[in-house]
Design a protein around this ligand. Structure first.
Ligand code: GDP
Length: 296
């Protein structure tokens, strides 16, 4: 992820920092190139526009051109603005609510929802010593329920026994009830996905939300789908309301646009990133680290 953006920005910056003095024109030209590089990385247009406007404003404000190392000043401004665009540090899963804290996972089929559910369960039960219960609400695909059960065994986290014939909302209620009775700290609901957003899916999500009263609603989105992931986040947020995002497949060779635009477009934080198929391949999202990586 970000490799080509990193290359592009790297060469723009070496052109800037390699010289003693810069003119207005040099900065304007560099900004145009930065703009192009971000668009090619699939960053949402409105976000690119905002970003370059802010960099331009700051560059003028601090009198970059008169400073001793103007190129480095521009690089620093771009770095700081990137961090700003990516959101604040340390936004992770919020468990600050009465037990059991309900986390509802939503997203399209194949986005990595079930895998992420198990990864989160593993982290909360292992590292954070929480008692966790997982439940699959995917009644359309019995294989999905079985997949979660197996992952539960693998990460040593309880999953709600499957009862055939129950509706997703009934399973959600049963899971919350079982969480209460069993003294669980956290209940994670892995909802059903579809290949695309449709009305029945949104109605189902809204109904589950109403009955399970989740403290966190995390949208799992495939970072390789770029702008589609950003549009998906917008739709889910409008219809169901989300509290944060998990971007999966950050280990793939995507251009990074989804990761870079998500926060600015939806206003919702990226709380976690998936970096592989294994159960421990998940990280918290650190805007500074990502900005450092992109700028080399
Ligand atoms: P769901 O349909 O949304 O529940 O998707 P799954 O959890 O079944 O994941 C679909 C596939 O994506 C599986 O083969 C996962 O192992 C894989 N996967 C999930 N997250 C990641 C990730 O962060 N990186 C990679 N490389 N693969 C992932």
């Amino acid at each position: 992820m970000f490799d080509s953006l990193q290359d592009r920005l790297g060469s723009i910056f070496s052109g800037l920092t390699g010289r003693g003095a810069l003119s207005d024109k040099d900065v304007a030209a560099a900004l145009r190139e930065i703009r192009r590089a971000l668009i090619e990385a699939d960053v949402a247009l409105e976000v690119v526009r905002d970003f370059t406007d802010r960099v331009r404003e700051k560059a003028v404000g601090v009198d970059v051109l008169k400073s001793v190392k103007p190129g480095q000043m521009v690089v620093k401004i771009v770095h700081d603005e990137l961090v700003e665009m990516l959101g604040s540090e340390g936004e992770t899963i919020d468990l600050n609510a009465p037990s059991p804290v309900v986390i509802m996972m939503v997203g399209l089929q194949g986005s990595g929802k079930t895998t992420t559910t198990a990864k989160i369960a593993k982290r909360l039960s292992g590292r954070d010593k929480k008692k966790v219960l997982m439940a699959s609400l995917d009644t359309r695909r019995p294989a999905a329920q079985e997949q979660l059960r197996q992952l539960g065994e693998q990460v040593d986290v309880a999953s709600l026994p499957i009862i055939e014939g129950q509706s997703p909302t009934d399973i959600a209620k049963r899971a919350v009830q079982a969480g209460k009775l069993g003294g669980h700290d956290v209940v994670i609901l892995d909802t059903a996905g579809r290949t695309h957003i449709d009305e029945p899916l949104m109605t189902e999500m809204a109904d589950i939300r109403k009955h399970a009263d989740p403290h966190e609603i995390l949208l799992v989105a495939d970072s390789l789908t770029g702008q589609d992931a950003v549009n998906l986040a917008k739709s889910f947020d409008e219809r169901v309301g989300i509290t944060g995002l998990v971007l999966t497949r950050m280990d793939g060779d995507g251009r990074g646009g989804a990761a870079l635009s998500m926060r600015a477009v939806t206003g919702k934080p990226i709380k976690l990133i998936g970096t592989g198929e294994r159960m421990d391949e998940m990280e918290e999202f650190h805007p500074k680290r990502i900005a450092d990586r992109i700028l080399g």
